[in-house]
Design a protein around this ligand. Structure first.
Ligand code: NDP
Length: 344
């Protein structure tokens, strides 16, 4: 029997991955999703999601991801709860090795949707109270802190932005930074400084997040004086940056300096046939709904690209295809296809 080659293999199972799977399988593409051992992405760490359209009364993050998975599976997307350990994008079909497996999975196209993770301080209380007052996303969770007091840790633009978003809900926001110099842009820093609800504590680190079943405070240490203090707060937001989950693809697709995958033409990466969707290539919006939208775009792009491959006689020779495509002006491959866009 000839070896099976999937039309598209999706790596990642957050909103981007599952939405890509939904669109791809519904377009009759033979689709496989590598969900990873921790399937569901960042939403598995979120409690109530109230800003995803369609869930009028809100939804618990993990329940929402169950819905996403079931909807994609309904149209035939295969799910594998494995991590991908290695990929080969140099030859086509592309090859992907699941952890502990010798035989690769073969794919005509690949959608990278491995997401990004908020960086955490690594404190015991941080993990224990995750989703119970500890959060990495003010836009997602700020609403739950109406008139309360919250702490934000960090000194970059993310921290300023998180503090500003939180100031719309919370009664008081304390921004705690380990130095007295800030990486944040001047304008963002000035906005935060001029906001009457935001106070700054500098040269200070958070040593633990306190509380039994929900956040009740943070233990801080002033690095100049050595003074340790417990500060009563109802919420704790880590805003010390994000890390895209892209180590697997280093050197294979173009990334920016921070390791985010660059979408070259629409959602296609520097490798024709390999697409990226969601937080793995988005450091600006980072929302479930934007990631889902991006997953949809990637699946449509993959389908159009595969369609184009079917028409190209030399499609099986990636070297030839890539070389010829390289000579075309950027943006040409999809524009050429607009007239024959599939109906989804
Ligand atoms: P940054 O790397 O710019 O800042 C991270 C901050 O967290 C720094 O102040 C750093 O402190 C602090 N930090 C890191 N690790 C620890 C730790 N273990 N304990 C305590 N503090 C820690 O990341 P951002 O996410 O803020 O920004 C990333 C990029 O995204 C930037 O280019 C930024 O401009 C951009 N961005 C732009 C936005 C906008 O324009 N609206 C919004 C958000 C991000 P230290 O300074 O001491 O190293």
């Amino acid at each position: 029997m000839a070896e099976k080659i999937y039309d598209t293999v999706i790596i990642g199972s957050g909103p981007a991955g599952y939405t890509a799977a939904l669109y791809a399988s519904r377009a009759n593409l033979d689709t496989l999703v590598f969900q990873g051992f921790e399937s569901g992405g960042q939403l598995m760490l979120t409690s109530d999601v109230e800003n995803y359209p369609g869930y009028r009364d809100g939804v618990v993050g993990p329940d929402m991801m169950d819905d996403f998975e079931a909807q994609a599976a309904r149209f035939g997307a295969e799910m594998r709860p494995d991590n991908v350990e290695r990929v080969d994008f140099l030859t086509r079909p592309f090859r992907l090795w699941a952890e502990d497996e010798e035989e690769p999975v073969l794919a005509k196209s690949v959608i990278i949707a491995t997401g990004a993770k908020a960086r955490w301080l690594g404190l015991e209380g941080e993990q224990r109270l995750m989703g119970r007052g500890v959060s990495g996303c003010a836009t997602c969770d700020g609403f739950f802190f109406k008139d309360k007091k919250v702490a934000v840790v960090g000194g970059g633009d993310t921290a300023m932005e998180e503090a500003l978003v939180l100031s719309k809900y919370a009664g008081e926001v304390v921004l705690i930074h380990r130095r007295d110099q800030f990486r944040a842009s001047k304008i963002m820093l000035a906005r935060a400084r001029n906001n009457p609800k935001i106070t700054f504590i500098t040269d200070t680190v958070v040593e633990d997040v306190l509380g039994e079943t929900s956040v009740e405070g943070v233990r801080t240490k002033n690095l100049k004086t050595g003074d340790v203090e417990d500060l009563a707060v109802d919420g704790f937001f880590a805003a010390i940056g994000h890390e895209p989950a892209t180590s697997l693809f280093k050197g294979l697709v173009d990334m920016d300096a921070e390791g985010y995958v660059i979408q070259r033409e629409h959602t296609m990466t520097s490798v024709p046939g390999v697409f990226a969707a969601g937080d793995v290539s988005d450091k600006r919006y980072r929302q479930a709904v934007t990631a889902a939208g991006d997953g949809c775009r990637a699946a449509i792009d993959a389908e159009r690209w595969l369609d184009e491959q079917g028409e190209a006689d030399h499609a099986e020779d990636p070297g030839v295809w890539v070389a010829e495509k390289d000579q075309e002006p950027a943006g040409s491959w999809t524009e050429d296809r607009e007239a024959s866009a599939p109906t989804l």
